[in-house]
Each structure stands twice: as structure tokens, then as C-alpha cells.
Write a protein that binds this ligand. Structure first.
Ligand code: SF4
Length: 422
């Protein structure tokens, strides 16, 4: 339960040592700051889910990954494997390493700053400060290279590169008027996180998010501005802040260095063992890197044009989607039955029946399927919601529900109309 003074209990976000007991076994979430993985790390995750869990890897709405059906008592073994792979640098901080960053920053045009080093500095600074291990697991950082693709996630602490070479600091999506140089940006974001904790303590609050504090944004902004050199301050509000995240690209993407990145939709965010193997092999022909995005896509960067063509065919044959006009583009869903005990329907099976062969129109809105009113994994941007109920699915847009559909055909028709904004 949430109250103006905070939540009634600490957050229950899962990690790798503190797992969530789901209907299909334990669920472990692995944080991937900035969504960047090396091929050997993806390989380690693939081996872990094959040998300890259900064999697949799920992508989350924050660009992290999770394993379902984890064997009882396998947490220690999983943690040891992740530590060895460099995916668990700090057990005390694992659940707070929530960092979303601009996709393909430094590799494609449109950004003002290459934020990859900033992600590393933020993550290292976060793990190095014992106090920051006390952040709630829901606390989120975004690092936007200036193209506006991730600022709309409304992070508790956001960094946004702005013209002129500076980085603006945002709190819950609001400009603080703080402008720092890129090398100072990570430490300033970490300072803002510490001041959130200080304000929480002052309010005797257990808030999970900065905006849940009483006057959280103005109070933490005031603390931050008071703590910084006045030369770093401008009057807040002179900034145009993207309100919604920009969707990630799909298909081959030309990089500024002449190489190609392959951006692939993962149907319902679930990577199979064969897909994981194909991705690892593809990354091995580039720079050994794979990016996970909050839109449940994966990106394999730094491929030659010829290699991109060859790998695209292999990856598509495994069911990953590189066609921006394919039915799966923009479609997400929660776990549903049988993985979640709260689910009123097997939303993944039903979504597959509706979308696998559909051809959405250009500009169609995203769709999110959920098995109950908790609405897990709900996208941050405008989308069509498909909510399971005991009487069938209810399709809604902008909070306005349509009549419940008795059949999947009716549901599909209602979704198609809502995606066009009708
Ligand atoms: S939205 Fe409901 S059914 Fe879906 S995963 Fe969350 S709790 Fe389970």
C-alpha cells in the first residue's frame, strides 16, 4: 500500500540472491546497467538458465534480464556464476544497479555525448558507496545522450546531454537547473541519489521513488542546488524535456563508423536457448557486445555489412524479428499463466495467436498484454492495454476501456482499432 509518507513495506524487487517465488518456480533478476553485455556474459547467462532454470532468458522493461523456474536453493550457484562472469560486482548493491542509457550511444548519430563511459562511472560509483546499497530496488537512473530516447522513462535521477556540451540533471523528469560537464555527471547523479535518501530519512518515509516523497522534487532539488558550486546552476525550466521515450530502432542500423548494428525484436521478451546461441555467435563476429533495450529488443553492434546480412538471416530463422512492419513490433506482455499465480489468462499464448501473423500499420501504437490489474511491465509511453479478466479481455487506450471481448477474434479487432487511435 502507498501513502503520501511512503510505502508500508520495503520494495520486493527480486535480485539473484533474493528471488521472487512465482508459480513456475523462483524468479531471479540480473541487472545490466546500460543494457550492455559481452558475448561471454550472455553465454554465462544462457548456461545458467539451461542448467539452473527453465532454459530461457526474459528481458525486462528496464533493460535487465531475468531467469524463471530457478531450482529451489540454486541462488548461491547462480550468484557464483554471475560473479565469475562480471555480472554481480556487488551483492549488497545488485538490486539498485538500475540504469537505462541511450541505445547505441556513440555508435549512431543524433546524440551529443557518448554515454558509455558515463554508465560505467555511475555503476562503479554506485557500488562503491555502502550507503547507496540502501536505495529502493525501484529507484531508477537514466542517461540520455541528447537524442531523447530514454529521458521519458521518468527516472528518479536522469542525466540528459544538452547542446553546448553540458549534461542536465533531472529529478523525476523535472529540470533541476543543474548543468555539469560529462566527467562530473556520474558523481552528481550519485549525489542526488544520496540526497533522496537524506530527504527520505528526514520525512521518516519508506518511499520507493523520489516523486513519492512529500514535495520530493522541489526538496531534493533544493538540497542538490545548495550542495553544488553556484557556477553549475541555471534557472530551472529552460529545457525542453522529452515526455515519452522514443522507441528503439528495428532492423539493420547504419553506424557512424560504417559498420552495422542489428536491432531485433524478441517476441514477448523471451529469448530461447537457440536464440541466445545465435546472438552470442553473431556478437563474436563484431565486437563481442550485445545490448539489451527497455523495449525488449536486442542489438548486436559493430558488424560488417556482409556479416550483418548473414547473421540477420540466421537470427530471423530463430524467430527474432528485424522487420519493422512485423506483427511483433511494439507488442509486450507480462508473464501471465502458468508462471504467475495471479494471472487470469495465458496472455503469452493469446498474444501469440493475435500478433504472430498480424501486419500492423505504420504508426500503430504499442500494445501491452497483462494477466491482472497489477499491470506488470507496463510501458512508459502511450500504448494499448489488453487486460485479462474472468469475462474475457478488455482493451483500453488512454485509460478508456472498450467493451470486453468474448473471443480472441473480437480482442484482435478491438486491438487493431485502438492501435490506430480509434
Ligand atoms: S500483471 Fe498480474 S498476471 Fe501479469 S505478471 Fe503481474 S501479477 Fe502476474
Amino acid at each position: 500500500m502507498w501513502s503520501p509518507r511512503g510505502r508500508s513495506a520495503p520494495d520486493a524487487c527480486p535480485g539473484t540472491r533474493r528471488v521472487h517465488a512465482a508459480a513456475d518456480g523462483n524468479l531471479a533478476r540480473v541487472r545490466v546497467p546500460g543494457g550492455r553485455l559481452h558475448a561471454d556474459q550472455l553465454d554465462a547467462l544462457a548456461a545458467a538458465t539451461t542448467e539452473l532454470a527453465d532454459g530461457a532468458l526474459e528481458l525486462t522493461s528496464r533493460g535487465n534480464v531475468q531467469l524463471r523456474g530457478l531450482r529451489a536453493g540454486a541462488e548461491r550457484e547462480l550468484a557464483a556464476r554471475l560473479y565469475a562472469a562480471g555480472l554481480l560486482p556487488s551483492e549488497s548493491h545488485e538490486r539498485v544497479r538500475n540504469v537505462i542509457a541511450s541505445v547505441l550511444s556513440g555508435r549512431v548519430g543524433g546524440g551529443l555525448v557518448d554515454v558509455r563511459a558515463l554508465v560505467d562511472a555511475l555503476d562503479e560509483g554506485l557500488c562503491a558507496d555502502p550507503a547507496l546499497g540502501g536505495l529502493p530496488g525501484r529507484f531508477l537512473f537514466t542517461i540520455d545522450d541528447g537524442r531523447g530516447d530514454v529521458t521519458g522513462f521518468g527516472a528518479d535521477v536522469g542525466l540528459l546531454a544538452v547542446p553546448g556540451g553540458a549534461v542536465a540533471v533531472l529529478l523525476a523528469g523535472t529540470d533541476t537547473g543543474v548543468r555539469v560537464s560529462p566527467p562530473e555527471a556520474a558523481s552528481t547523479a550519485l549525489l542526488a541519489a544520496r540526497l533522496f535518501l537524506a530527504e527520505s530519512t528526514a520525512q521518516h518515509s519508506t518511499a520507493w521513488r523520489l516523486a513519492e516523497l512529500d514535495d520530493g522534487v522541489p526538496r531534493v532539488t533544493a538540497r542538490l542546488r545548495a550542495a553544488l558550486d553556484p557556477a553549475l546552476l541555471v534557472p530551472p525550466g529552460d529545457l525542453t524535456i522529452p515526455e515519452a521515450p522514443t522507441r528503439a530502432p528495428v532492423g539493420p542500423v547504419a553506424q557512424v563508423d560504417g559498420r552495422v548494428a542489428l536491432a531485433l525484436v524478441v517476441p514477448l521478451g523471451r529469448l530461447t536457448g537457440a536464440q541466445l546461441a545465435a546472438l552470442t555467435a553473431a556478437a563474436g563476429t563484431g565486437s563481442d557486445e550485445i545490448n539489451i533495450t527497455p523495449w525488449r529488443t536486442v542489438v548486436v553492434p559493430d558488424l560488417s555489412t556482409g556479416e550483418a546480412e548473414r547473421r540477420l538471416a540466421t537470427l530471423a530463422a530463430e524467430g527474432l524479428v528485424a522487420d519493422a512492419a512485423a506483427g511483433w513490433v511494439g507488442v509486450t506482455g507480462c508473464a501471465g499463466q502458468p508462471g504467475c499465480a495471479k494471472a487470469l489468462a495465458n496472455v503469452r499464448t493469446d498474444a501469440t495467436l493475435v500478433h504472430a501473423s498480424a501486419s500492423p500499420g505504420a504508426g500503430d501504437l504499442p500494445v501491452h498484454w497483462v494477466g491482472c490489474e497489477r499491470r506488470c511491465g507496463r510501458p512508459a509511453d502511450r500504448h494499448v492495454e489488453v487486460l485479462a479478466s474472468i469475462e474475457g479481455y478488455q482493451v483500453s487506450l488512454d485509460g478508456r476501456p472498450r467493451p470486453r471481448s468474448a473471443t480472441l477474434e473480437e480482442t484482435a479487432a478491438a486491438i487493431a482499432a485502438a492501435r490506430r487511435g480509434k
